[in-house]
Design a protein around this ligand. Structure first.
Ligand code: ARG
Length: 483
C-alpha cells in the first residue's frame, strides 16, 4: 500500500496533521472499538442498501472490504486520525472511490458514540458476571459459616457478636445492588445513536430503528443532538463501577484486619511475602483490591471533569472521555475477580473467632435487651449493664449493678439463667432472629433468598448476552445476503 493510497481520507492534504498529528489521533486506544466499528459499518451499509441509498453492488464491495479489513486486524490499519477514518481509508484503499459511499448519511460523531455503546455493553456484562460470581462465592462461604460466631465491630471497636455467614451476606447484599446498577447502566447504554449524523440529522431516508436492531440495540437515542453529545452512559457505568469498588475495598480492608488478628488465613495464592523478612505472609492482593477504588474514582473524576461544561454538540474533548470509563471498568473487574478468589480460598479460624466474639463485653447489648424485655425501660437497662461493664461484665457484676440501680436480687427481675445465656456469644447471636438478623435461622432464610437472587441475576446477564449474540448472528446473516 503506497503512502498516497493510505493517507487519511478524512484529513486529506489540507489537514495533513502537522506537529499535533499524534496528539489528535486516537487510533491506538481505538483498538478497543475496532471490532465495534466494523459491526457499525456493516449494519449501516446493510441499511443504506435496503433503503436504496447505495446500490446493492456497491454495498457488496464495501462489505467484502470490511471483512478483509477485519482479517488484517487493527494493527494493519493505515494511519488515521482515529479508527473510523482509518477503516474508511482501508476500505477505499481496497475498493476505490466507491468505498467512500460507506460514510453516506452519517458522521464520525454518531459513529463513535455508537461504537462506544456497542463495546461497553460487553464490558458491562462481563463486569456484572464477575460480580454475580463473587456473590456466589460469598453465599457459599456464608453457608459454610452460618453458625461460626465472630466479633462484630462498629468504629472498629468490639460491638456485638455476629456470624461469619451474616457478615459475608452483608457484602452479598451490597453486590446485589451493584449488579442492578450495572444492568441498569447496560439498559441505558443499549440504545443506538446512529443516524443522528453530525448532530442535526440527515436528509437521506435512513432507517435508524433498523440499524439499531441489526446491532442488537434496544431502540435509538431519539434526539439527534443528544445522541452525539450524550456520554452519561459512561458516567453511570463508571459510577456503578466506582460504587462496586468501594464495596470491594471494604471487603479487602476487613480481610486484611481479620488476617492481622488471626481470624482468617488467606491462601498463599492470594498472599505475598517480604524480600527481607522470611516469616512474612502479606495480604498484598487484597491491598491492591483496596487500591482499585482509586482507579475507579480517578475514572469518575476524569470523566466528569472532561464532560463538565461541554457545549452542545460534539467536541473533541469527548475523545478523551471514554477511556476513563473503560479503564475503571477493567480495573474493577480484575479487582472483583481477585477479591472473589481470595474469599473463596480463605480459611476462617473458627476457634479464634469464637474466642474473640465475646471480647470487650460485646454481649452487653443483649443483656440490656433481656432486661428491657422484662419491662425495665431500655435506658435504665443500658445504665445497669454499663455499670456492670465497669466491673467485668460477668454475671456477678450484673447482679451487683441490678442491686445498685433497681434494688433486690437479680432473680426478682429476671431469670439468672437467661442472663447467663445472654452473656454467651453464640446464644446472643441466636437470640437476634429479627428479619435480616444474624441468628442462624434468619441467615438460613437469607441464604435461600440469595440463591434465588443469584440465579435471577445470572439469567438477567445471560438474557442480555444472548440478545447481543443473536444480533451478531443476524447481522452476519444479513451481510452474507449482500456480499
Ligand atoms: N475519534 C473521535 C472520538 O473518539 C471520533 C469523532 C471525531 N469527530 C469529529 N468531528 N472530529 O471522539
Amino acid at each position: 500500500m503506497s503512502d498516497e493510497e493510505s493517507s487519511d481520507v478524512v484529513r486529506r492534504e489540507r489537514f495533513s496533521g502537522g506537529p499535533a498529528r499524534g496528539f489528535l489521533s486516537s487510533l491506538d486506544s481505538d483498538a478497543r472499538i475496532f471490532r465495534a466499528d466494523l459491526q457499525v459499518d456493516r449494519a449501516h451499509v446493510v441499511m443504506l442498501a435496503e433503503q436504496g441509498i447505495v446500490e446493492e453492488s456497491e454495498a457488496a464491495e464495501i462489505l467484502a472490504a470490511l471483512d478483509d479489513v477485519e482479517q488484517a486486524g487493527h494493527a494493519d490499519l493505515p494511519d488515521g486520525e482515529d479508527v473510523h477514518a482509518a477503516i474508511e481509508t482501508a476500505v477505499i484503499d481496497r475498493v476505490g472511490p466507491v468505498g467512500g459511499k460507506m460514510h453516506t448519511a452519517r458522521s464520525r460523531n454518531d459513529e463513535v458514540a455508537t461504537c462506544l455503546r456497542y463495546r461497553l455493553r460487553a464490558d458491562l456484562l462481563a463486569l456484572a458476571e464477575s460480580v454475580v460470581a463473587f456473590r456466589e462465592v460469598l453465599a457459599e462461604a456464608a453457608e459454610s459459616h452460618a453458625e461460626t460466631v465472630m466479633p462484630g465491630y462498629t468504629h472498629l471497636q468490639p460491638a456485638q457478636p455476629t456470624t461469619v455467614g451474616h457478615y459475608l451476606l452483608s457484602y452479598e447484599s451490597a453486590l446485589a445492588r451493584d449488579t442492578e446498577r450495572l444492568l441498569d447502566a447496560f439498559d441505558r447504554t443499549n440504545r443506538s445513536p446512529l443516524g443522528a449524523a453530525a448532530f442535526a440529522g440527515t436528509p437521506f431516508d435512513v432507517d435508524r430503528e433498523r440499524v439499531a436492531a441489526l446491532l442488537g440495540f434496544d431502540g435509538v437515542v431519539e434526539n439527534s443532538t443528544d445522541a452525539v453529545s450524550a456520554r452519561d452512559f459512561l458516567t453511570e457505568t463508571t459510577a456503578a463501577a466506582a460504587t462496586l469498588a468501594t464495596h470491594l475495598s471494604g471487603v479487602a480492608e476487613d480481610l486484611i484486619l481479620f488476617a492481622n488478628k488471626g481470624y482468617v488465613d488467606l491462601s498463599d495464592d492470594y498472599a505475598s511475602t517480604s524480600s527481607i523478612m522470611p516469616q512474612k505472609k502479606n495480604p498484598d492482593t487484597l491491598e491492591l483490591v483496596r487500591a482499585s477504588a482509586g482507579d475507579a474514582s480517578a475514572g469518575m473524576n476524569g470523566l466528569l471533569t472532561t464532560l463538565k461544561g461541554l457545549p452542545r454538540a460534539y467536541n473533541r474533548d469527548l475523545q478523551r472521555a471514554h477511556d476513563h470509563a473503560f479503564d475503571a471498568v477493567d480495573a474493577v473487574r480484575e479487582a472483583t475477580e481477585v477479591a472473589a478468589g481470595a474469599v473463596a480460598t480463605a480459611d476462617w479460624n473458627a476457634d479464634a473467632l469464637e474466642a474473640a466474639a465475646g471480647e470487650g463485653f460485646s454481649t452487653a447489648t443483649g443483656v440490656a435487651d433481656l432486661l428491657a424485655m422484662q419491662g425495665i425501660p431500655f435506658r435504665t437497662a443500658h445504665e445497669i449493664v454499663a455499670e456492670a461493664g465497669e466491673s467485668g461484665g460477668d454475671l456477678a457484676a450484673i447482679e451487683a449493678a441490678v442491686a445498685d440501680v433497681l434494688g433486690g436480687d437479680l432473680s426478682e427481675h429476671v431469670d439468672p439463667d437467661a442472663v447467663a445465656a445472654a452473656l454467651d456469644p453464640a446464644r446472643s447471636v441466636a437470640s437476634r432472629d429479627s428479619q435480616g438478623g444474624p441468628a442462624p435461622d434468619a441467615v438460613a432464610a437469607a441464604l435461600d433468598d440469595v440463591a434465588a437472587a443469584v440465579a435471577d441475576a445470572e439469567a438477567a446477564v445471560e438474557r442480555r448476552r444472548e440478545a447481543l449474540a443473536n444480533a451478531e448472528d443476524r447481522l452476519a446473516a444479513e451481510v452474507s445476503t449482500h456480499v
